[in-house]
Design a binder for this molecule. Structure first.
Ligand code: HEM
Length: 520
C-alpha cells in the first residue's frame, strides 16, 4: 500500500500548485457565472458497493492511515484545490479544500456554533453510553449546536484570558524541571535517552494537564511508580487512548454496529477518566471554599476555581477537565516529539536558540516570567515553524451547515470539509521557500515577505471553535524549550525518522536523543 502511495507521488507533479478546477471554473465563469454542480467536483471515483471506503481498508486499501498526510498531498496534486472523496460507507462525503482564500472565507462566514466532525467514538460515548452523566451540557469535544455554544461560552473566558496563562508559568516550569531531571537520570552511558523516551514525554504532558485541568500534581513523573498507583493507572489509561483511538476512529468503524472488545475497553477507560476528574475537582472545590472563607483575592484563583465559582453545579468543571485531558495530552506530547526531533537534527537553529536564551536568562536557573518569555522571539518562531512544516494535527474540519459555493462549485450542506493545513502550510504560493525550515519567517521583520497568506498554516484551527488549549500548548512547549536548550545540548545520531499519522502527525521510531549539559 505504501508502494501505491509512492507510485502516485511519482506520477503526479508535486510542484503543481495551480488548481485545474479553479482555472477551468474561472474560465467557465466568464461565459456563465453559474456555479458548477456538485457532481462535477473532481476526486477519485467511488466503485459500486464499496464506494471509496475500500481505499482506507486494511490490506486491500490504496491508502494507509499512517500515510494520510501524503494522501492529502497526493489528492491535491492529482485533482487540484478542491477534491471530493465520496461513497464512504457510513459517513458523509469528504471535501478537501486547498485554497487559502476559500478556507478564509469558510472560517470567516461560519455561524456562532460551527460543527467540527470529530471523534465519533467520543460522540457515541457522550451522547449514548453515558448520557446519564453528560446530560444537557456535554462539553466541547464531540458536541455541536446549542449545547456546544452554551458550554464554550461558559468556559471560554476563564481559560483564554491572557492572565490565566501567566498564572501557570511557575507551575509548568516546576513540572518541566522535574522532567529534565528525569531525562538526565534515564540516559544511558552514551548520554542517550532510551528507546521509549516518548513515554516520558507523555508523562510530562499528563503532569502539565493535571496541573491545569485538575489543580493537582498527579505524580506521573515520579520514579518507581507501583502498578496499582493512581499515576500509573492514569499513564496506562492515556497510553491506551493514544494507541487505540486511531484504530477506532480512522479504520472501518465496526464498533458502530457491534460492541467490539476494543470498544468495551474504550468505554471502561473513559469511565475511569471521569472518576479521576470527579475526585480531583471535588478536592479543588473544598480548597476553594477555604480560600473564599479566608477572603483570598480573586486574582489568585486558578482556572478550575474560576470555573467552579461560575456555576453552582461542579459538573461544568468535571466535564471541562475531562475534555481538556482528552485532547490536551496526545496533541501536546506528539507536538513535543516533533519539536524535539527537529531541534536535535537542526544544530544551527538550536545554536541560535541557545544564544537568544543565554541573553534572556543570565543563569541556567533564572526563574521564568511572562516578560522573559515574551523576549524569546526565535524560540517562539521555531515552534511555529515546526507546526507549519509538520503540523501535528494535519487538518481541521467543518460540516457544512448550509449550501455554499466553494471553488466555483455548488456544495450541498452536510458535506464534511477538510482544511489540510499540512498541505496549505507548505504550498509555495502561500509560503516562500516552503521546504526551507526557516523560523525567522515568523519574525515581525520577515513575516510579510515569507508568509503570504494568514490562513495557510493554522495548526490550532480558527474562529469561535479554535483550540481552547492553544495558549497553554504554546506555553508548555516554550517553557520546555527554554529550560532544555538553556542548559543542555540535544543531538540525534541515528537513522532519520519518518513522519507518520498515528492519529497525530509525528516522527515514528525511538527518540534516542543525546543530551549533554552545557558549560554555562
Ligand atoms: C500543539 C498542541 C495542540 C494542537 C496542534 C491543537 C490543535 C487543535 C485543533 C486544530 C483544534 C480544532 C480547532 C477548530 O475546530 O478550529 C483543537 C481543538 C481543541 N483543543 Fe487543541 N491543540 C493542541 C493542544 C491542546 C491542549 C494542550 C489542550 C488542553 C489544554 C487543547 C484543548 C482543545 C480543546 C478543548 C478543543 C476543542 C475546542 C472546541 O471544539 O470548542 N488543545 N485543537
Amino acid at each position: 500500500m505504501r508502494g501505491s502511495v509512492r507510485l502516485l507521488t511519482k506520477r503526479y507533479n508535486s510542484s503543481s500548485s495551480v488548481c485545474p478546477a479553479a482555472v477551468e471554473s474561472a474560465a467557465h465563469a466568464k461565459v456563465d457565472s453559474e456555479p458548477r454542480p456538485y457532481a462535477q467536483v473532481p476526486g477519485p471515483k467511488p466503485i459500486p458497493l464499496l464506494g471509496n471506503t475500500w481505499r482506507l481498508l486494511p490490506l486491500i486499501g490504496q491508502y494507509q492511515i499512517s500515510d494520510l498526510a501524503k494522501v492529502s498531498k497526493i489528492l491535491y496534486n492529482e485533482y487540484g484545490k478542491i477534491v471530493k472523496l465520496s461513497g464512504l460507507v457510513g459517513r458523509p462525503d469528504l471535501l478537501f479544500v486547498y485554497d487559502a482564500q476559500e478556507i478564509e472565507m469558510m472560517y470567516r462566514t461560519e455561524t456562532d456554533a460551527p460543527h467540527r466532525p470529530s471523534m465519533p467514538c467520543l460522540v457515541k460515548y457522550k451522547s449514548e453510553v453515558r448520557k446519564d452523566f453528560f446530560g444537557r451540557l456535554p462539553g466541547v469535544v464531540g458536541v455541536h449546536g446549542e449545547p456546544w455554544r452554551e458550554f464554550r461560552t461558559k468556559v471560554q473566558r476563564p481559560i483564554l484570558r491572557p492572565a490565566a496563562v501567566v498564572q501557570y508559568i511557575q507551575p509548568i516550569e516546576e513540572v518541566t524541571n522535574q522532567f529534565l531531571d528525569r531525562m538526565l537520570q534515564i540516559r544511558d552511558e552514551q548520554d542517550e535517552l532510551p528507546n521509549d523516551f516518548d513515554n516520558d514525554i507523555h508523562k510530562w504532558a499528563l503532569e502539565c494537564i493535571g496541573r491545569i485541568a485538575l489543580d493537582v500534581r498527579l505524580g506521573c513523573l515520579d520514579p518507581n511508580l507501583a502498578d496499582d498507583s493512581e499515576p500509573m493507572k492514569i499513564i496506562n489509561g492515556a497510553k491506551f487512548a493514544l494507541r487505540n483511538i486511531a484504530l477506532l476512529e480512522l479504520k472501518f468503524p465496526f464498533w458502530r454496529y457491534v460492541p467490539t472488545p476494543l470498544w468495551g475497553r474504550y468505554v471502561k477507560n473513559m469511565d475511569y477518566f471521569i472518576e479521576i476528574c470527579m475526585k480531583h475537582i471535588d478536592k479543588a472545590q473544598d480548597r476553594l471554599q477555604k480560600k473564599l472563607d479566608a477572603g483570598t483575592p480573586e486574582s489568585e484563583f486558578s482556572v478550575v476555581e474560576r470555573i467552579l465559582m461560575s456555576d453552582p453545579d461542579p459538573k461544568l468543571a468535571y466535564v471541562l477537565a475531562l475534555d481538556l485531558i482528552l485532547v490536551g495530552i496526545d496533541t501536546i506530547s506528539m507536538a513535543v516529539c516533533s519539536v524535539l526531533y527537529q531541534l536535535a537534527t537542526r544544530t544551527d537553529a538550536q545554536e541560535k536558540m541557545y544564544k537568544e536564551l543565554k541573553k534572556v536568562l543570565p543563569t541556567k536557573d533564572t526563574p521564568l516570567t511572562n516578560n522573559l518569555l515574551e523576549n524569546m522571539p526565535y524560540t517562539r518562531s521555531f515552534i511555529k515553524e515546526v507546526l507549519r512544516m509538520y503540523s501535528t494535527v494535519i487538518g481541521n474540519g467543518r460540516t457544512l451547515l448550509e449550501d455554499k459555493v466553494i471553488c466555483g462549485y455548488n456544495i450541498p450542506k452536510g458535506v464534511q470539509l477538510v482544511f489540510p493545513t499540512i498541505v496549505t502550510g507548505n504550498m509555495p504560493e502561500y509560503v516562500k521557500d516552503p521546504d526551507h525550515f526557516y523560523p525567522e519567517r515568523w519574525l515581525k521583520e520577515h513575516k510579510a515577505d515569507y508568509y503570504r497568506h494568514p490562513f495557510a498554516s493554522l495548526p490550532y484551527g480558527f474562529g469561535v471553535r479554535m483550540c481552547l488549549g492553544r495558549r497553554f500548548a504554546d506555553l508548555e512547549m516554550q517553557i520546555l524549550l527554554a529550560k532544555l536548550v538553556r542548559s543542555y545540548k540535544l543531538e540525534y545520531h541515528h537513522e532519520p525518522l519518518e513522519y507518520k499519522v498515528t492519529f497525530m502527525y509525528a516522527p515514528e521510531g525511538p527518540l534516542r536523543f543525546k543530551m549533554t549539559p552545557r558549560d554555562d
